[in-house]
Design a protein around this ligand. Structure first.
Ligand code: FDM
Length: 211
């Protein structure tokens, strides 16, 4: 008997700096693969491409770029990965993605003179996540963690403006997860949410973001 191939789910992690997004993404990919599913880790910016290398130089403060121009590069970096994302999703692989268009809007929108509506436009039509997990951390918990690094945007004042933008971008179906707990407890909570999403997305079409 022929079985219809079911698709993978598009799972996006967003949240503040140092809330443990990357650690959780990687643990989740390992757990899903161990359970017999197919899952892959992706992150944005994806620094390995030509566009990604330009972005990386900018984040490392090795180069300067005009704010609108770099915003469009971050978006282009997502669009250039869309064919790969769709290929993987349609072949049944769940994608666990560390940052996506919401970071794009929240970060650029934290710069003076930027309007969130303008910021969203270049990402309209990207594959829409089946689930966004938004990791939050209280300022007290955040201050207990390692200090900020030296990349662009890594300072308290900017991050506070970013957090406000995430609050505005947040949609009713986001899962808000308090990251102020142990790695294992957080992982357990996330895994149970994502396992349900993987199941419920199987027969649904992939929708388009913000359209
Ligand atoms: N960032 C990330 C943006 O400004 N725009 C974007 O579209 C994306 C995806 O880049 F400061 C910022 C957010 C963060 C930096 O850092 C990437 P990490 O530590 O590699 O996630």
């Amino acid at each position: 008997m022929l079985h219809k191939m079911t698709r993978g789910a598009l799972i996006v992690f967003e949240g503040c700096d140092r809330c443990g997004k990357t650690t959780q993404c990687k643990k989740l990919v390992d757990a899903l693969n161990r359970d017999g599913g197919k899952a892959e880790f992706m992150r944005f910016p994806e620094r390995s491409t030509a566009i990604g290398q330009t972005i990386s130089g900018y984040l490392e403060k090795k180069s300067e770029l005009e704010d609108h121009a770099v915003h469009l590069l971050f978006s282009a970096n997502r669009w250039e990965l869309v064919p790969k994302m769709l290929r993987l999703l349609n072949s049944g692989t769940t994608l666990i993605v560390d940052r996506y268009a919401y970071s794009g809007v929240a970060f650029t929108g934290a710069k003076p003179g930027f309007d969130l509506q303008w910021c969203k436009q270049p990402d309209v039509g990207l594959p829409k996540p089946d689930q966004v997990l938004y990791l939050t951390l209280s300022p007290e918990e955040a201050s207990k963690r390692a200090a900020f690094g030296t990349e662009r945007y890594e300072n308290t004042e900017f991050q506070e403006r970013v957090a406000k933008n995430f609050e505005i971008l947040k949609e009713h179906d986001w899962k808000i997860v308090n990251a102020g707990k142990s790695i294992e407890d957080l992982h357990g909570e996330i895994k149970s949410i994502v396992t349900q999403t993987v199941e419920s997305s199987k027969d649904k079409p992939i929708l388009k973001l913000w359209s």
